[in-house]
Design a protein around this ligand. Sequence first.
Ligand SMILES: [Zn+2]
Length: 498
Amino acid sequence: MTAAGTPTLSPVASNSLILIAWLGGLALAGTLLVGVWWALFADRSRGVHRCPRCWHRMNPAVGLRCSECGHLVFHEQALLQTRRRWLLAILCLLLLVLGTFGLRTTIASRGWWTMLPHRAVLAVMPWLPPSGHLIAVRQHMLEELGQQHVSPDDTVRMLELVKGGDLLTTPGTDAWRSTHLRWLATLEDLYTQRLLPPDDPLRLAAIDLPPVIHVNVPERWHRGEPLVGMVEMEDWWPAGVEVTAWIDEIEGLPVDAAAQDRLHRTRWRRPDREPRDGSRQVFAIDLGPLPEGTYRGHVTLSWRTHDRLGSAGLTGQGVVRMPVRAVVRGDAPALDRIENPALDALIAQTFADGILRSTTLPTRHIFSYAPFFTSGEAHEAVAFGLIVEACEAGTPRRTLRVWWRGGINRAQMGWESPVEDVEALARLGSGEGWTLRIRGDQELARRAAGGGTGDEASRWWGGSVEGPLKVSDVAPDGFGASWRATVEPPGVSPAASR
Ligand SMILES: [Zn+2]
Protein backbone atom coordinates (compact mmCIF):
# COMPACT_ATOMS: atom_id res chain seq x y z
CA MET A 1 0.00 0.00 0.00
CA THR A 2 1.31 3.40 -0.82
CA ALA A 3 1.44 6.29 1.54
CA ALA A 4 -1.67 8.30 2.08
CA GLY A 5 -1.94 11.45 0.06
CA THR A 6 -0.11 10.31 -3.06
CA PRO A 7 -1.77 12.52 -5.66
CA THR A 8 -2.25 9.82 -8.28
CA LEU A 9 -3.88 7.49 -5.80
CA SER A 10 -6.26 9.91 -4.20
CA PRO A 11 -7.61 12.17 -6.90
CA VAL A 12 -9.42 15.20 -5.67
CA ALA A 13 -12.68 14.15 -7.22
CA SER A 14 -16.04 14.71 -5.66
CA ASN A 15 -18.89 12.31 -6.16
CA SER A 16 -20.53 14.58 -8.72
CA LEU A 17 -17.33 14.88 -10.75
CA ILE A 18 -17.08 11.10 -10.79
CA LEU A 19 -20.69 10.90 -11.93
CA ILE A 20 -20.16 13.48 -14.67
CA ALA A 21 -17.07 11.62 -15.86
CA TRP A 22 -19.00 8.37 -16.05
CA LEU A 23 -21.98 9.90 -17.86
CA GLY A 24 -19.68 11.73 -20.27
CA GLY A 25 -17.71 8.57 -20.92
CA LEU A 26 -20.87 6.56 -21.54
CA ALA A 27 -22.24 9.23 -23.90
CA LEU A 28 -18.98 9.28 -25.84
CA ALA A 29 -18.85 5.48 -26.07
CA GLY A 30 -22.47 5.45 -27.28
CA THR A 31 -21.74 8.05 -29.93
CA LEU A 32 -18.75 6.06 -31.17
CA LEU A 33 -20.81 2.86 -31.38
CA VAL A 34 -23.54 4.66 -33.32
CA GLY A 35 -20.79 6.06 -35.53
CA VAL A 36 -19.50 2.60 -36.35
CA TRP A 37 -23.00 1.35 -37.12
CA TRP A 38 -23.77 4.41 -39.23
CA ALA A 39 -20.51 4.14 -41.19
CA LEU A 40 -21.04 0.48 -42.00
CA PHE A 41 -24.77 -0.14 -42.26
CA ALA A 42 -26.77 3.07 -42.51
CA ASP A 43 -26.32 3.93 -46.20
CA ARG A 44 -28.01 0.93 -47.83
CA SER A 45 -29.11 1.17 -51.46
CA ARG A 46 -32.85 0.66 -50.74
CA GLY A 47 -33.38 -0.27 -54.41
CA VAL A 48 -31.55 2.77 -55.75
CA HIS A 49 -28.80 1.84 -58.22
CA ARG A 50 -25.50 3.54 -57.47
CA CYS A 51 -22.01 3.30 -58.85
CA PRO A 52 -20.02 1.30 -56.22
CA ARG A 53 -16.99 3.61 -56.75
CA CYS A 54 -18.35 7.18 -56.81
CA TRP A 55 -21.95 6.45 -55.61
CA HIS A 56 -23.42 8.38 -58.56
CA ARG A 57 -27.02 7.30 -59.30
CA MET A 58 -27.23 5.00 -62.32
CA ASN A 59 -30.01 3.55 -64.42
CA PRO A 60 -29.09 -0.09 -65.25
CA ALA A 61 -31.49 0.09 -68.25
CA VAL A 62 -29.16 2.66 -69.79
CA GLY A 63 -25.96 0.76 -69.19
CA LEU A 64 -23.58 -0.70 -66.59
CA ARG A 65 -20.82 1.93 -67.03
CA CYS A 66 -20.92 4.93 -64.66
CA SER A 67 -21.43 8.16 -66.58
CA GLU A 68 -19.61 10.05 -63.87
CA CYS A 69 -16.39 8.11 -63.25
CA GLY A 70 -16.48 5.51 -66.04
CA HIS A 71 -16.47 2.51 -63.66
CA LEU A 72 -17.84 -0.60 -65.28
CA VAL A 73 -19.76 -3.32 -63.43
CA PHE A 74 -20.78 -6.65 -64.84
CA HIS A 75 -23.94 -7.41 -62.86
CA GLU A 76 -26.83 -5.22 -61.93
CA GLN A 77 -26.47 -6.58 -58.36
CA ALA A 78 -23.19 -4.66 -58.00
CA LEU A 79 -25.15 -1.39 -58.22
CA LEU A 80 -27.21 -2.24 -55.10
CA GLN A 81 -24.34 -2.37 -52.57
CA THR A 82 -24.47 -0.70 -49.20
CA ARG A 83 -22.17 2.27 -49.04
CA ARG A 84 -19.64 1.70 -46.26
CA ARG A 85 -17.40 4.48 -44.92
CA TRP A 86 -14.47 2.37 -43.78
CA LEU A 87 -12.22 5.17 -42.62
CA LEU A 88 -14.86 6.59 -40.27
CA ALA A 89 -15.70 3.11 -38.95
CA ILE A 90 -12.04 2.36 -38.27
CA LEU A 91 -11.54 5.73 -36.58
CA CYS A 92 -14.55 5.19 -34.33
CA LEU A 93 -13.47 1.63 -33.48
CA LEU A 94 -9.94 2.81 -32.77
CA LEU A 95 -11.22 5.46 -30.38
CA LEU A 96 -13.44 2.88 -28.65
CA VAL A 97 -10.55 0.45 -28.23
CA LEU A 98 -8.27 3.22 -26.97
CA GLY A 99 -10.93 4.38 -24.52
CA THR A 100 -11.56 0.87 -23.22
CA PHE A 101 -7.85 0.25 -22.90
CA GLY A 102 -7.40 3.56 -21.07
CA LEU A 103 -10.23 2.72 -18.67
CA ARG A 104 -8.78 -0.72 -18.09
CA THR A 105 -5.35 0.75 -17.35
CA THR A 106 -6.81 3.34 -15.01
CA ILE A 107 -8.82 0.71 -13.17
CA ALA A 108 -5.76 -1.51 -12.92
CA SER A 109 -3.54 1.26 -11.61
CA ARG A 110 -5.96 3.17 -9.41
CA GLY A 111 -8.61 0.59 -8.61
CA TRP A 112 -12.26 0.59 -9.56
CA TRP A 113 -13.09 1.93 -6.12
CA THR A 114 -11.50 5.27 -6.92
CA MET A 115 -13.76 5.58 -9.95
CA LEU A 116 -17.11 5.05 -8.26
CA PRO A 117 -19.08 7.36 -5.99
CA HIS A 118 -18.53 6.68 -2.27
CA ARG A 119 -22.05 5.45 -1.83
CA ALA A 120 -21.57 2.79 -4.50
CA VAL A 121 -18.24 1.73 -2.99
CA LEU A 122 -19.80 1.47 0.49
CA ALA A 123 -22.74 -0.51 -0.87
CA VAL A 124 -20.41 -3.03 -2.51
CA MET A 125 -18.00 -3.41 0.43
CA PRO A 126 -20.00 -5.95 2.49
CA TRP A 127 -20.00 -8.28 -0.52
CA LEU A 128 -16.25 -8.18 -1.14
CA PRO A 129 -14.33 -11.24 0.01
CA PRO A 130 -11.45 -10.52 2.42
CA SER A 131 -8.48 -9.76 0.20
CA GLY A 132 -5.94 -7.16 -0.76
CA HIS A 133 -8.74 -5.56 -2.75
CA LEU A 134 -10.85 -5.04 0.32
CA ILE A 135 -7.88 -3.62 2.21
CA ALA A 136 -7.23 -1.16 -0.61
CA VAL A 137 -10.91 -0.16 -0.68
CA ARG A 138 -10.82 0.49 3.07
CA GLN A 139 -7.63 2.48 2.68
CA HIS A 140 -9.15 4.51 -0.14
CA MET A 141 -12.23 5.42 1.90
CA LEU A 142 -10.01 6.26 4.87
CA GLU A 143 -8.03 8.69 2.74
CA GLU A 144 -11.20 10.21 1.36
CA LEU A 145 -12.46 10.63 4.90
CA GLY A 146 -9.17 12.17 5.99
CA GLN A 147 -9.37 14.66 3.13
CA GLN A 148 -12.94 15.51 4.03
CA HIS A 149 -14.32 14.29 0.72
CA VAL A 150 -16.94 12.03 2.27
CA SER A 151 -20.43 13.43 2.70
CA PRO A 152 -22.07 13.34 6.17
CA ASP A 153 -24.50 10.65 5.00
CA ASP A 154 -21.71 8.46 3.68
CA THR A 155 -19.72 9.04 6.88
CA VAL A 156 -22.61 7.58 8.86
CA ARG A 157 -22.72 4.69 6.36
CA MET A 158 -19.04 4.06 7.05
CA LEU A 159 -19.73 3.88 10.78
CA GLU A 160 -22.67 1.51 10.18
CA LEU A 161 -20.38 -0.71 8.10
CA VAL A 162 -17.91 -0.87 11.00
CA LYS A 163 -20.72 -1.75 13.41
CA GLY A 164 -21.87 -4.55 11.14
CA GLY A 165 -18.44 -6.17 10.92
CA ASP A 166 -17.88 -8.47 7.98
CA LEU A 167 -17.48 -12.10 6.99
CA LEU A 168 -14.56 -12.88 9.28
CA THR A 169 -14.88 -10.22 11.92
CA THR A 170 -17.71 -10.39 14.43
CA PRO A 171 -18.20 -6.96 15.99
CA GLY A 172 -16.46 -6.60 19.33
CA THR A 173 -13.81 -9.25 18.66
CA ASP A 174 -10.07 -8.66 18.43
CA ALA A 175 -10.17 -9.48 14.71
CA TRP A 176 -12.88 -6.89 14.25
CA ARG A 177 -10.84 -4.36 16.17
CA SER A 178 -7.68 -4.86 14.18
CA THR A 179 -9.56 -4.84 10.87
CA HIS A 180 -11.57 -1.71 11.54
CA LEU A 181 -9.39 0.20 13.99
CA ARG A 182 -8.22 2.83 11.52
CA TRP A 183 -11.72 3.65 10.34
CA LEU A 184 -12.89 3.63 13.94
CA ALA A 185 -10.15 5.97 15.13
CA THR A 186 -10.71 8.40 12.26
CA LEU A 187 -14.49 8.37 12.66
CA GLU A 188 -14.11 8.80 16.40
CA ASP A 189 -11.95 11.84 15.78
CA LEU A 190 -14.79 13.28 13.74
CA TYR A 191 -17.43 12.90 16.41
CA THR A 192 -15.19 13.90 19.30
CA GLN A 193 -12.71 16.48 18.07
CA ARG A 194 -15.08 18.39 15.86
CA LEU A 195 -17.56 18.80 18.64
CA LEU A 196 -20.56 17.76 16.64
CA PRO A 197 -23.92 18.88 17.97
CA PRO A 198 -25.45 16.26 20.28
CA ASP A 199 -28.06 15.19 17.73
CA ASP A 200 -25.67 14.83 14.81
CA PRO A 201 -26.45 11.49 13.10
CA LEU A 202 -22.80 10.42 13.20
CA ARG A 203 -22.57 10.97 16.94
CA LEU A 204 -25.88 9.18 17.53
CA ALA A 205 -24.82 6.25 15.35
CA ALA A 206 -21.82 5.71 17.62
CA ILE A 207 -23.86 5.07 20.75
CA ASP A 208 -24.15 1.33 20.23
CA LEU A 209 -20.67 0.71 18.83
CA PRO A 210 -19.55 -2.53 20.43
CA PRO A 211 -16.57 -2.24 22.78
CA VAL A 212 -13.73 -4.76 22.83
CA ILE A 213 -13.64 -6.38 26.25
CA HIS A 214 -11.19 -8.81 27.83
CA VAL A 215 -10.97 -10.19 31.30
CA ASN A 216 -7.46 -10.89 32.53
CA VAL A 217 -7.15 -13.25 35.46
CA PRO A 218 -3.89 -14.76 36.72
CA GLU A 219 -3.54 -18.12 34.98
CA ARG A 220 -2.19 -19.69 38.12
CA TRP A 221 -3.58 -19.00 41.50
CA HIS A 222 -3.67 -20.27 45.05
CA ARG A 223 -6.58 -21.74 46.94
CA GLY A 224 -8.05 -19.67 49.70
CA GLU A 225 -7.26 -16.33 48.11
CA PRO A 226 -9.71 -14.28 46.10
CA LEU A 227 -9.12 -14.56 42.37
CA VAL A 228 -9.34 -11.07 40.94
CA GLY A 229 -9.70 -10.43 37.23
CA MET A 230 -9.20 -7.09 35.57
CA VAL A 231 -11.78 -6.30 32.92
CA GLU A 232 -10.22 -4.24 30.17
CA MET A 233 -12.54 -2.33 27.90
CA GLU A 234 -11.67 -0.39 24.81
CA ASP A 235 -14.52 1.60 23.39
CA TRP A 236 -15.32 4.31 20.88
CA TRP A 237 -18.42 5.84 22.36
CA PRO A 238 -18.77 9.58 21.96
CA ALA A 239 -18.47 12.05 24.79
CA GLY A 240 -21.64 12.40 26.79
CA VAL A 241 -22.31 8.66 26.91
CA GLU A 242 -22.57 6.91 30.26
CA VAL A 243 -21.87 3.21 30.55
CA THR A 244 -23.09 0.53 32.91
CA ALA A 245 -21.73 -3.02 32.90
CA TRP A 246 -22.79 -6.07 34.84
CA ILE A 247 -22.10 -9.77 34.95
CA ASP A 248 -24.83 -11.95 33.49
CA GLU A 249 -23.37 -15.36 33.89
CA ILE A 250 -20.30 -17.21 35.09
CA GLU A 251 -19.77 -20.64 33.54
CA GLY A 252 -17.19 -23.29 34.29
CA LEU A 253 -15.77 -21.62 37.38
CA PRO A 254 -16.76 -22.83 40.86
CA VAL A 255 -17.49 -19.37 42.18
CA ASP A 256 -19.15 -19.76 45.56
CA ALA A 257 -22.71 -18.61 46.24
CA ALA A 258 -21.68 -15.53 48.20
CA ALA A 259 -19.39 -14.29 45.43
CA GLN A 260 -22.01 -15.15 42.78
CA ASP A 261 -24.60 -13.15 44.62
CA ARG A 262 -22.28 -10.19 45.15
CA LEU A 263 -21.15 -10.21 41.50
CA HIS A 264 -24.70 -10.43 40.18
CA ARG A 265 -25.64 -7.40 42.24
CA THR A 266 -22.59 -5.36 41.23
CA ARG A 267 -22.94 -2.59 38.67
CA TRP A 268 -19.87 -0.97 37.22
CA ARG A 269 -20.55 2.51 35.98
CA ARG A 270 -18.47 4.97 34.12
CA PRO A 271 -19.62 8.54 33.70
CA ASP A 272 -19.05 10.05 30.31
CA ARG A 273 -15.54 11.12 29.67
CA GLU A 274 -14.76 14.26 27.89
CA PRO A 275 -12.36 14.45 26.34
CA ARG A 276 -11.21 10.94 25.59
CA ASP A 277 -8.16 10.12 27.64
CA GLY A 278 -7.00 7.41 25.25
CA SER A 279 -6.31 4.86 27.97
CA ARG A 280 -7.99 1.51 28.14
CA GLN A 281 -10.50 1.48 30.90
CA VAL A 282 -10.39 -1.23 33.51
CA PHE A 283 -12.25 -2.46 36.51
CA ALA A 284 -11.69 -5.36 38.86
CA ILE A 285 -13.99 -8.34 39.36
CA ASP A 286 -13.42 -10.36 42.50
CA LEU A 287 -14.41 -13.99 41.86
CA GLY A 288 -13.71 -14.96 45.46
CA PRO A 289 -11.54 -17.90 46.54
CA LEU A 290 -11.73 -20.98 44.30
CA PRO A 291 -11.03 -24.61 45.26
CA GLU A 292 -8.04 -26.38 43.73
CA GLY A 293 -8.50 -27.36 40.12
CA THR A 294 -8.00 -26.46 36.48
CA TYR A 295 -10.75 -24.33 35.08
CA ARG A 296 -11.76 -23.19 31.63
CA GLY A 297 -14.84 -21.10 31.88
CA HIS A 298 -16.56 -18.02 30.64
CA VAL A 299 -17.69 -14.79 32.15
CA THR A 300 -20.58 -13.14 30.32
CA LEU A 301 -20.72 -9.40 30.70
CA SER A 302 -23.48 -7.05 29.54
CA TRP A 303 -23.00 -3.41 28.78
CA ARG A 304 -25.43 -0.63 28.27
CA THR A 305 -24.77 2.90 27.09
CA HIS A 306 -26.99 5.86 27.64
CA ASP A 307 -26.66 9.15 25.81
CA ARG A 308 -26.85 12.05 28.21
CA LEU A 309 -26.54 14.81 25.60
CA GLY A 310 -28.70 13.90 22.60
CA SER A 311 -32.38 14.82 22.82
CA ALA A 312 -33.51 11.25 22.08
CA GLY A 313 -31.61 9.82 25.07
CA LEU A 314 -30.57 6.85 22.95
CA THR A 315 -29.23 3.69 24.48
CA GLY A 316 -27.10 0.88 23.18
CA GLN A 317 -26.42 -2.52 24.62
CA GLY A 318 -24.59 -5.73 24.05
CA VAL A 319 -23.28 -8.90 25.63
CA VAL A 320 -19.73 -10.24 25.60
CA ARG A 321 -18.76 -13.78 26.57
CA MET A 322 -15.14 -13.81 27.63
CA PRO A 323 -13.01 -16.91 28.14
CA VAL A 324 -11.34 -17.33 31.52
CA ARG A 325 -8.69 -19.92 32.37
CA ALA A 326 -7.23 -20.50 35.77
CA VAL A 327 -5.21 -23.18 37.49
CA VAL A 328 -5.73 -23.11 41.25
CA ARG A 329 -3.13 -25.01 43.24
CA GLY A 330 -2.06 -25.27 46.86
CA ASP A 331 -1.43 -22.53 49.35
CA ALA A 332 0.31 -19.40 48.27
CA PRO A 333 4.03 -19.40 48.94
CA ALA A 334 5.05 -17.01 51.65
CA LEU A 335 6.10 -13.54 50.66
CA ASP A 336 8.74 -11.86 52.78
CA ARG A 337 7.74 -8.56 54.22
CA ILE A 338 10.16 -5.79 53.50
CA GLU A 339 10.19 -2.43 55.03
CA ASN A 340 13.00 0.07 54.81
CA PRO A 341 13.28 3.84 54.77
CA ALA A 342 14.57 3.92 51.17
CA LEU A 343 11.54 2.06 49.85
CA ASP A 344 9.20 4.11 52.05
CA ALA A 345 10.70 7.24 50.48
CA LEU A 346 10.09 5.83 46.99
CA ILE A 347 6.45 5.13 47.80
CA ALA A 348 6.06 8.65 49.21
CA GLN A 349 7.58 9.98 46.00
CA THR A 350 5.20 7.82 43.91
CA PHE A 351 2.21 9.56 45.54
CA ALA A 352 3.83 12.96 46.00
CA ASP A 353 1.28 14.67 43.77
CA GLY A 354 -1.47 13.66 46.15
CA ILE A 355 -4.92 14.49 44.86
CA LEU A 356 -5.87 16.11 41.56
CA ARG A 357 -9.10 18.02 41.63
CA SER A 358 -11.38 19.10 38.82
CA THR A 359 -14.44 21.27 39.14
CA THR A 360 -15.90 20.26 35.78
CA LEU A 361 -15.25 16.56 35.23
CA PRO A 362 -17.72 13.92 36.38
CA THR A 363 -14.98 12.54 38.64
CA ARG A 364 -13.95 15.38 40.90
CA HIS A 365 -10.95 13.89 42.66
CA ILE A 366 -8.35 11.34 41.78
CA PHE A 367 -5.11 10.21 43.35
CA SER A 368 -2.16 10.95 41.16
CA TYR A 369 0.60 8.39 41.25
CA ALA A 370 3.65 7.43 39.30
CA PRO A 371 4.49 3.72 39.78
CA PHE A 372 7.56 4.04 37.57
CA PHE A 373 9.47 5.21 40.64
CA THR A 374 9.54 1.51 41.62
CA SER A 375 10.66 0.26 38.21
CA GLY A 376 14.29 -0.16 39.22
CA GLU A 377 15.81 -3.62 38.87
CA ALA A 378 16.25 -3.78 42.61
CA HIS A 379 12.46 -3.92 43.00
CA GLU A 380 11.91 -6.70 40.45
CA ALA A 381 10.99 -9.17 43.19
CA VAL A 382 8.76 -6.82 45.14
CA ALA A 383 4.97 -6.85 44.92
CA PHE A 384 3.26 -3.66 45.94
CA GLY A 385 -0.26 -3.73 47.27
CA LEU A 386 -1.28 -0.41 48.73
CA ILE A 387 -4.19 1.08 50.58
CA VAL A 388 -4.04 4.80 49.90
CA GLU A 389 -6.16 7.15 51.96
CA ALA A 390 -6.80 10.86 51.96
CA CYS A 391 -7.65 11.63 55.57
CA GLU A 392 -9.41 14.62 57.08
CA ALA A 393 -8.19 14.99 60.66
CA GLY A 394 -7.26 11.31 60.62
CA THR A 395 -10.55 10.05 59.08
CA PRO A 396 -10.24 8.46 55.62
CA ARG A 397 -12.38 10.32 53.07
CA ARG A 398 -11.08 8.70 49.93
CA THR A 399 -9.56 5.21 49.76
CA LEU A 400 -7.92 3.55 46.81
CA ARG A 401 -6.69 -0.03 46.69
CA VAL A 402 -4.01 -0.50 44.07
CA TRP A 403 -1.39 -3.12 43.26
CA TRP A 404 1.53 -3.54 40.92
CA ARG A 405 4.75 -5.40 40.50
CA GLY A 406 8.10 -3.66 40.97
CA GLY A 407 10.67 -3.63 38.20
CA ILE A 408 10.15 -2.91 34.55
CA ASN A 409 7.14 -5.13 33.92
CA ARG A 410 4.09 -3.70 35.60
CA ALA A 411 1.67 -5.83 33.60
CA GLN A 412 0.07 -7.09 36.77
CA MET A 413 -1.10 -3.67 37.79
CA GLY A 414 -4.65 -3.19 38.92
CA TRP A 415 -6.90 -1.21 41.20
CA GLU A 416 -10.34 -1.26 42.68
CA SER A 417 -12.97 1.41 42.47
CA PRO A 418 -12.08 3.94 45.13
CA VAL A 419 -14.38 4.51 48.07
CA GLU A 420 -14.99 8.17 48.75
CA ASP A 421 -17.00 10.57 50.80
CA VAL A 422 -17.93 13.17 48.22
CA GLU A 423 -19.32 15.63 50.76
CA ALA A 424 -16.20 15.55 52.88
CA LEU A 425 -13.98 15.90 49.82
CA ALA A 426 -15.80 19.11 48.95
CA ARG A 427 -14.15 20.55 52.08
CA LEU A 428 -10.67 19.67 50.82
CA GLY A 429 -9.64 23.28 50.14
CA SER A 430 -5.90 23.60 49.94
CA GLY A 431 -5.46 20.34 51.81
CA GLU A 432 -4.70 21.95 55.13
CA GLY A 433 -5.49 19.59 57.97
CA TRP A 434 -5.57 16.65 55.57
CA THR A 435 -3.00 13.88 55.32
CA LEU A 436 -2.10 11.19 52.82
CA ARG A 437 -1.69 7.74 54.38
CA ILE A 438 -0.31 4.77 52.46
CA ARG A 439 -0.09 1.26 53.88
CA GLY A 440 1.29 -1.90 52.37
CA ASP A 441 -1.21 -4.80 52.28
CA GLN A 442 -0.09 -8.36 51.74
CA GLU A 443 -3.35 -9.63 50.23
CA LEU A 444 -3.35 -6.82 47.67
CA ALA A 445 0.34 -7.36 46.97
CA ARG A 446 -0.45 -11.02 46.25
CA ARG A 447 -2.50 -9.88 43.27
CA ALA A 448 0.66 -8.52 41.69
CA ALA A 449 2.98 -11.26 42.84
CA GLY A 450 2.79 -13.47 39.76
CA GLY A 451 0.48 -16.24 40.95
CA GLY A 452 2.74 -19.23 40.40
CA THR A 453 3.92 -18.28 36.93
CA GLY A 454 7.51 -19.14 37.81
CA ASP A 455 8.34 -15.47 37.76
CA GLU A 456 6.98 -14.63 41.12
CA ALA A 457 7.67 -11.81 43.45
CA SER A 458 9.22 -13.04 46.68
CA ARG A 459 8.65 -9.95 48.77
CA TRP A 460 5.97 -7.44 49.54
CA TRP A 461 6.29 -3.94 50.83
CA GLY A 462 4.87 -3.84 54.33
CA GLY A 463 5.68 -0.30 55.28
CA SER A 464 3.50 2.71 55.83
CA VAL A 465 4.02 6.36 55.12
CA GLU A 466 2.01 9.39 56.09
CA GLY A 467 2.44 13.05 55.24
CA PRO A 468 0.67 16.22 54.24
CA LEU A 469 -1.74 15.88 51.34
CA LYS A 470 -0.93 17.87 48.25
CA VAL A 471 -3.93 19.12 46.27
CA SER A 472 -3.74 20.50 42.74
CA ASP A 473 -6.47 21.85 40.53
CA VAL A 474 -6.24 20.56 36.99
CA ALA A 475 -7.33 21.80 33.60
CA PRO A 476 -10.80 20.71 32.39
CA ASP A 477 -9.20 17.86 30.45
CA GLY A 478 -6.94 16.90 33.33
CA PHE A 479 -8.05 13.31 33.71
CA GLY A 480 -10.60 10.86 32.42
CA ALA A 481 -13.47 9.24 34.22
CA SER A 482 -12.89 5.90 35.83
CA TRP A 483 -15.22 3.03 36.58
CA ARG A 484 -17.05 2.83 39.87
CA ALA A 485 -18.54 -0.30 41.31
CA THR A 486 -21.72 -0.27 43.32
CA VAL A 487 -23.36 -3.30 44.86
CA GLU A 488 -27.13 -3.12 44.66
CA PRO A 489 -28.99 -4.20 47.80
CA PRO A 490 -30.14 -7.85 47.85
CA GLY A 491 -33.62 -8.51 46.50
CA VAL A 492 -33.37 -5.99 43.70
CA SER A 493 -33.73 -7.97 40.51
CA PRO A 494 -30.85 -7.31 38.14
CA ALA A 495 -33.26 -6.44 35.35
CA ALA A 496 -34.91 -3.73 37.42
CA SER A 497 -31.64 -2.08 38.28
CA ARG A 498 -30.38 -1.90 34.75
ZN1 LIG B 1 -19.08 6.17 -60.77
